[in-house]
Structures are given as C-alpha cells and as structure tokens.
Design a protein around this ligand. Sequence first.
Ligand code: SF4
Length: 753
Amino acid sequence: MAFDIDMIKKVYDTMPARVDKARELVGRPLTLSEKILYAHLWEGMPSQKFERSKDYVDFAPDRVAMQDATAQMALLQFMQAGKSTTAVPSTVHCDHLILAKVGAEKDLAVANTQSKEVFDFLSSVSNKYGIGFWKPGSGIIHQILLENYAFPGGMMIGTDSHTVNAGGLGMLAIGVGGADAVDVMAGMAWELKFPKLIGVKLTGKLNGWTAPKDVILKVADILTVKGGTGAIVEYFGEGAKSMSATGKGTICNMGAEIGATTSTFGYDDSMRRYLNATGRADVVDAADKVADYLTADPEVYANPEQYFDQLIEINLSELEPHINGPFTPDRGTPVSKMKEEAAKNDWPIKVEWGLIGSCTNSSYEDMSRAVSIVNQAVELGITPKAEFGINPGSEQIRYTIERDGIIAAFEKMGTKVFTNACGPCIGQWDREGADKGEKNTIVHSFNRNFSKRADGNPNTHAFVTSPEMVAALAISGRLDFNPITDKLLNDNGEEVMFKPPFGDELPTKGFDVEDPGFQAPAANGSSVQVIVSPDSSRLQLLEPFQPWDGQNITGAKLLIKAFGKCTTDHISMAGPWLRFRGHLDNISNNMLIGAENAFNNKTNSVKNQLTGEYQEVPAVQRQYKAAGIPSIVVGDHNYGEGSSREHAAMEPRHLGVKAVLVKSFARIHETNLKKQGMLGLTFANESDYDKIQEDDTINFLDLTEFAPGRQLTLEFVHKDGSKDIIMANHTYNDSQIEWFKAGSALNLIAAGK
Ligand code: SF4
C-alpha cells in the first residue's frame, strides 16, 4: 500500500530546474498546470515552448491506476510487452463489478462468486507484475488514490474518467483508455494535446448549507457538459484555500462532467492537513521544500485574465446550494428556485431515494456533515420519507465512520450501507421495482445522472447535490424542500426546522482501518502464474498479432462501407458487451454492429461476398477470416470518435480486417489502430468514398514501399471488372511503420526494440 516516497522525491528533485527552464522558454510567469506539465515532459528538461490546443506533447506520468472493468484488457495487453514489472508504480482497484442490493456483506459475497474469475485474474496478474491490488470491498479507485497515492505536483493517468478526482491534492490526474495505460506501464511515452487553461477564481468562504459540491455544480451550470473540453481547470483564490482537500477532490472529480482534461488546485494547508492525517508526513516535508513550484507564480493569480484562456469567478459567500438534473449534471437549479423549476417542468416532487457516497462525495467531512442532518431529524422526531443508501468510498472511511458512530446514526434511519464500491453510481443497483419503469425522483451525491445510469429505469429523475442536501431532501421526502427557509412537520405534527449542517473536516481521533483490503505484489513475480481459465467466457489470454508478411495486401473484400457517424460505440458497443471486455474473441462478436451500412442503410447487415447473402458484420468477417481472405473497412468523417476504447481497434485486428480507409479519423482511434498493427488510411480525395461499391475486391499496389508521407495506392476492382485507383493518405511516422511491420506496438516492445 505504501506510496512511493522515493518516486515523489525524484519528481520534486527535478521539478525546479525544469519549471525554471520552461518559464524562460515561455517567457512569462507560469500557471500551476503549466508547471506540472513541463515538469513531466518525456524528454526531461524542456527544450521548447508548446502551444495550447495545438501541439501534441509526450509526457511521462508518475503513476497508473486502473479499475476492474478497464484493467482487464489493459493488463492482458501489458502481459504481451514482455516486461517483468510495470515501468511506473501502478494499482488495480476492484470496485465496478459489485452489485448493490441488500447491503455490503451479502452483496460482496455475491460479487466475489459471480466475478471470481475476473478478480482472480486481476489479483494474480498484479502480483506477478509488481502492481498494487485493491480487493473487492477495499473501496472506490479515486477515494483510495486520494487517500494513498495522490501528491501535489504529480501526474497520474487512470483508466477511468474520474481519475481527475486526485486534483484535490494538487495533481494533474487524467482519465485515459487502456491502450494509454499499457504504453506507460510498458515504459513508453504518453501523448496529450497541450491543453488550454480555464481559471476559476474562488472568493469569499463557504457557509451554512453550501458545500464544495455546489462549486462544481455551479461551474457545470456555467460551462455545460462540453465547456471544459481540451482544458485543464485551475482553481485558485482565498476561497480555494479555505476548502478541505477532500472538498477540492469533489470539485475536481466532477470536472469530468464538463469534459475537462483535468482540474487542479495549488498546494496549501488543507493538503498538508490531509496528507498528515492519511499518514504521509514525509510527502508534506518533501512538498514543502518545493512549495513555490506547486502553485502558480504570484503574477498569474494577481492578473489571471492574462494567463488563462477563460476565467470564471465565483463568490463562495453568495453561492447557494445547487441541485443539478435531471438527466444531465449541467442543468443547475439553486435550491431557492427548485419549487418553481420542478413545477414548471413537471418533475416528480416526491423523493424516493437518497444516496450518499461514491468517489465524488464520501470523505469524512461529507459523512459527518450529512449525519449532522440525520441526527437532527432524530432529535426533532422526524421519520424520513425516502429510503437512504450509502456507499462509502473506502474501507478506511467506512471503518472510521463506524468507529465514530456515524454509520450507527445512519442505520437508525433505516439506511442501507452498501459495499465500499461504485454500486448505484454505475448502474450496479438492483433497485426493487425499477423494472416497472415508473416516473420517480431520486437524489444523490454522485457525479453523473444520465438516464438509466443508477437503476436502469429511463424514467428515474436523478438529481445531483451535496451529501448534506441529499440528507435533507430525503428526510423531507420532497425535491422542492429548501432547508434554508422551509419548515417540516415532525411525527407529532409540530413545525420544525433544520439548523445548517456541521461536521469535522478530518476525524479528531484520526483515520483507522483494520484490513484496508490491499494486496502487495510479490517482490519477485517471475514464478507467479496468471490465473485465466481456458474455458472462461469473460477472460482470454491474448496471442500476439502476426507481423506483416512484407507483401502487398491483395484480394481483400470490402467488409462494410460505413455511412455517417461511426463512433467507438458503433464499432464496439458497450452495455451488455462490457461483460466480455477481458475476452477479445467474445467481445469481437459486437464488431461494427452499430455501424450503418451505406448500401442498405441498415445496421449489422452486410453482404457476404462469398455467398451473396446479407448477414451480421462479425459473422461475415469470421467467414472471411476462416477462408484466409483479408478485408477492409471504409468509413465516413471522424471515424472512431467517442472514447479511447482500445477494443474498437483490437476487434477488427483480431478478426482479420487489414485496413480502415475513411474520410477522416478521430485522432485517438487512429493511434489505437496504429498501435494494434492495423492500417489506418484516409482518402486523398474524399469523393472517392462514393466510388466504392458493395462487391469490391481491393488490392494494395505499393504497400511494399510504405514510408512516412508517401501515399498508398489502392485498386478497387468492381463486380463488372472495372477498376478505380484510389490514393490514400496516412500519418504513420517511422516508428509507427515499425509497429505495423512487427504486427503491433507491443510486439515491438516485446522484441526489445
Ligand atoms: Fe465511476 Fe461512480 Fe465508481 Fe466513481 S463511484 S469510479 S463515478 S462508477
């Protein structure tokens, strides 16, 4: 479990010289985000200045974190890199695969049976390769990262979008796809477009019912779900300093909801307090020595409009509690306006459930402030009108709040304490009656509230708010209850009012835990066997992809000409398929099933050129593969947009597709194709897309001369024997061409090149 103080000291040792050099190159004072970025260049000492939103830059993150759903394919791939350990400290966290139903003990036992093979695999592969393994029940990835591994000025990537939570401790922590995690664990650079910067100046001080959550609910309302795209959000000002580190974590966590690359705060006393309380006094000692480098240069915060691409100012003293939703986290309603809004929009007023916890809001401060409302309800003689559930963020939090009587107080109100895991936040909630699809309202302190996310019912109106507001709304049973102004009737029919919530930022008796649920890896994992059952339907060891045979690809069949939008979801669907994320062959049965065939405008229906029949895409491709016939996929604009899901590149590669020829690519998908040894090509003349016919056979004429900047020539032979020559562009550089030749980037790493 031990955090790596030597690694942290190394970061701090090199940081001052790199930041000083960067300041000289950039020629002006630096923001905190820029300092951390320039201190983590792959090249080490900066040698040039980068342009925001334009330059792609190679970085060297300090850590990698993975959750159980995304870790499977990432680690199956990492196993192919031929390394004995990961190049940087890495951890795996089992939190997504645990269903919340009756309560922690029983639910965890069920998960441990149902997902045993996945957990056994993750445990053994972690043990073998020097990866810290956090068992099911240990907690949610981001809470554990904040408690154990995050540090000011560090850079971390994680295979989960809410990795950004670690910004609460002054890190740049960024959610990525599995392929990026594999690169960094295998010792390669990690590429990111140099982000633009949004500054958020916080003045005043939180008070009364307002919590850190309201800051990000307000920012989401201002910026919307897309407003942070390609940007780092940097918070500063007196208001920022007055907030707890865990409150800062909440704000950074929901930076994912505005699409931000990440969010962060400068190093301050709240971080010192949290690091000390979580047993990391030596991080404080080390950070204090470079404290000036762990925050922006003073000129930046004095004149922020000169240094940020966009500036937002929020006065915390005037900020009202917010309730955001339903169905989107950027629809913000201040509590004083909820009566009007709810009536106007016909939102169900009755609150059925109040859910507290998740990676967003399960700090000691959150729990103690929420329970202060629960305790008042008991004292005032109010029986709560809605049901209550908690999913604590970690075993350390759960153990500590149990010791301090907080869990007992919640249980007095009939609260269900679910496993320390994601549970209802990721739809892992077996909510009684949800299948009836009735229109209803729930309130929670999580981050996302898209349709169906919590309980699968599209008519559940989920509203996001702070834990203390969740408590108040659930106890009152009304979405439009304003605890600042409204009275409630207690069980005796008397009018009563809540006092504002209060709670401790950190436990006065310190954190405690008996078994945190951590498994340290073997000191030498060379003899550890990775456990994968050969007849598992959920896991499959990967075979290296075959190297290129050095010949032109000839006689290839057109598998599909995709029309219009073709995102990674169209190429590799989520939903029920998530179950097979660790089994490449099984998940390949979803390959391109969401893509629209340009010839019949249907999805998952393409002509099998061997039989002339229309069949499902994966079935046709499997027949081509069995017959030893190569194939190509043709696509439209921005092919592969959406997520960085590596399955969308691995599946076609696995099933024998040789090339993807499109009008344009989403960049991450294009890179993923290259990494998997595929040919990702674009039409030199977009209009050539129209020349491609359903029964085409394709020959590459000059693949043997594949070189950077050199177009490739493809011959499309139509059914009637006529031909079209189509020129294709590509963006492969020398090393990427070596990936193609080796069969994949990992093959090349495994060969020690
Ligand atoms: Fe993601 Fe929710 Fe789990 Fe956090 S608690 S990691 S947001 S699923």
